[in-house]
Write a protein that binds this ligand. Structure first.
Ligand SMILES: C[S+](C)CC[C@H](N)C(=O)O
Ligand SMILES: N[C@@H](CCS)C(=O)O
Ligand SMILES: [Zn+2]
Length: 341
């Protein structure tokens, strides 16, 4: 982590201590790539940029660091060996693309920390002299690989067993765990079986870095498949290698209640990174305004989420560096840098 010598088990507690008890996660990566001009209408979604525009990924990572993020999540959400192979990419090159997602994020961190050391940000809102940064390797679900929005239903069918999910994820987890990142981010987990697959892989493959498990919900009670959030969080709780548990890519209006539910089950840090409250249209690969319940800017609520027990807070799809800058300020974390203009 940021040049310090830390044992892997302590990575999260050290980060939280250095940040004064609450750390800032970055915002939506894919949707920010789109705002910067990337076309993600592809089965690889954001992972397409690992091939076509790595410079854009690096730029977005840097934008999030400058906005105050303490955790960068890599562009590997929809980067799978199986997805790359179906594009005719060799196994070896597919694994290299996974490593590349980690390299880009680590490179952005190095550039940022060097700029901090050189005082490049002085006079623009304060140089963050000690701004800890972790790199988290994103592992999106099997549903993400399907590229049809299945991570918002969690319905994989009976044929997709625990063993199949473990086989699907095993090599990617191994490659990313050895790619130089600090932590694995199992994110947008839609069901219990996939959470179980992840913790079994962590244990059985002697994974040397810690992980977080983050679920998504569309009713504020259960995870999107209808599986009990309580049971999902218990799975995370049962694994020593899991150092945080929580909720991502979920409408802001559900977050407070979900923190309360997760808190009943875990003593681990709670991680929260909601989306904007819009709905994903998987056919058009576009976000559309939700009808019915408005989800206005959620930043005014982050202090309440902190009080309710969340200690890692950021944004998911359709949130931007401005969202993260505002979260950083709301949490009174002073290292966010003012925009140049
Ligand atoms: C988190 S969703 C918006 C990711 C994209 C989806 N797996 C798709 O490929 O359409
Ligand atoms: N880390 C991913 C999550 C998608 S739900 C992203 O921000 O694009
Ligand atoms: Zn998301």
């Amino acid at each position: 982590m940021g040049g310090t010598t830390t044992s892997s088990a302590d990575v999260m507690s050290d980060l939280l201590r250095e940040c004064g008890g609450c750390a800032v996660i970055d915002g939506g990566l894919a949707t920010e790539l789109e705002r910067n001009g990337a076309d993600l209408n592809d089965p690889l979604w954001s992972a397409k940029c690992l091939i076509s525009s790595p410079h854009l990924i690096r730029k977005v990572h840097l934008d999030y660091l400058e906005a105050g993020a303490n955790i960068l999540i890599t562009a590997s959400y929809q980067a799978t060996i199986q997805g790359f192979e179906s594009k005719g990419i060799s196994r070896e090159e597919s694994e290299n693309l996974l490593r590349k997602s980690a390299e880009i994020a680590c490179e952005a961190r190095d550039i940022f920390l060097e700029r901090c050391t050189k005082g490049c940000y002085s006079g623009t809102g304060g140089a963050p002299k000690n701004h800890p940064v972790l790199v988290a390797a994103s592992i999106g679900s099997y549903g993400a690989y399907l590229a049809d929005g299945s991570e918002y239903s969690g319905e994989y069918g009976e044929a997709v067993t625990l063993a199949i999910l473990k086989d699907f994820h095993r090599r990617r987890v191994q490659v990313l765990a050895e790619s130089g990142v600090d932590i694995i981010a199992f994110e947008t987990i839609p069901n219990k079986i996939e959470a179980q697959a992840y913790i079994e892989l962590l244990e059985e493959n002697d994974i040397k870095i810690p992980a977080w498990l983050s679920f998504n919900s569309k009713d504020g009670v259960n995870v999107v498949s209808g599986d009990s959030l309580h049971e999902c969080a218990l799975i995370a709780e049962s694994c020593n290698k899991v150092v945080a548990v929580g909720i991502n890519c979920t409408p802001p209006r559900f977050i407070h209640g979900l923190i309360t539910s997760v808190q009943k089950v875990t003593s681990k840090p709670i991680i929260i990174y909601p989306n904007s409250g819009e709905t994903y249209d998987a056919d058009r690969k576009e976000w559309v305004e939700s009808t019915g319940v408005p989800d206005e800017d959620f930043v005014p609520y982050v202090s309440k989420w902190r009080e309710a027990g969340a200690s890692l807070i950021g944004g998911c799809c359709r949130t931007t560096p401005n969202t993260i800058r505002a979260i950083s300020r709301a949490l009174n974390i002073t290292s966010a840098i003012k925009p140049q203009n």
